[in-house]
Design a protein around this ligand. Structure first.
Ligand code: ADP
Ligand code: MG
Ligand code: MG
Length: 213
């Protein structure tokens, strides 16, 4: 049974890889407006390495926590850039919170997502409003936890939280960056959403489709 849930984690990481393969050029163009233009290529290197490591872990019979942790290690190792280190830390934190033994309940998954959020904010020190991926991640994690706490099943709660994250990512257009490489070009960033917030919201959206299947 734990192997089966590891396979769901693999399918999620693969769905993120496929989304990034599709959207890498667009994410790079978004990052080029006020940043250094490498967000698409960095996410692509990270997601491909993460999916390959998750696949190896599932083939070796690993449970969900190990699958996510190995994906995170490979992602951080190969991606480079700020977002790669943060995505790696997030996947590792989620894997450590879930562990391998249990069959996770919706509340366990919401708790793992919150551990990922805490890891990203712990390493990156960004708050909501700084125009980073945190602007999409915090509403996602809060929206998921609140819906699960209210008794909603995991898949619909996740899908609805991903809509919250998408709205929040788009709303970063109106913000000025206070952190990261976009900071020196802050006036150019106005009117354009944060690339890391957009990629995170899209990742949660495609992951929701996997869970809803
Ligand atoms: P780099 O900025 O190193 O070139 P990427 O282009 O891959 O890395 O990622 C840029 C994204 O990383 C930004 O759009 C933002 O969402 C996110 N980011 C940058 N700094 C931070 C931070 N301190 N905390 C959270 N996210 C951050
Ligand atoms: Mg960049
Ligand atoms: Mg860079």
């Amino acid at each position: 049974e734990s192997v089966e849930i590891g396979a769901v984690a693999l399918a999620i990481v693969e769905s993120i890889r496929d989304m990034i393969d599709r959207d890498a050029d667009e994410l790079g163009r978004l990052d080029a407006i006020a940043g250094d233009g490498d967000h698409g290529i960095g996410m692509q290197r990270g997601a491909r390495a993460g999916a390959a490591a998750a696949s190896d872990a599932v083939a070796a019979g690993a449970g969900v926590g190990t699958v996510l942790s190995r994906a995170g290690d490979a992602w951080a190792d190969k991606a480079g850039g700020t977002s790669g280190a943060l995505w790696g830390a997030a996947l590792r934190a989620a894997g450590e919170r879930l562990g391998d033994e249990l069959r996770p309940q919706a509340a366990d998954v919401a708790s793992a997502v919150d551990a990922a959020r805490a890891a990203i904010q712990g390493y990156g020190k960004a708050a909501v409003g700084d125009k980073t991926m945190v602007d999409a991640l915090v509403p996602f994690a809060q929206g998921l936890s609140a819906r699960v706490a209210a008794g909603e099943a995991l898949a619909p709660a996740w899908v609805a939280a991903a809509v919250d994250a998408t709205d929040a990512a788009e709303a970063t257009s109106a913000l000025l960056p206070r952190l990261g490489r976009a900071r020196p070009h802050m006036e150019k960033s106005l009117g354009t959403p944060d690339p890391g917030a957009i990629s995170l919201a899209r990742a949660m959206t495609v992951a929701g489709r996997v869970l809803a299947d």
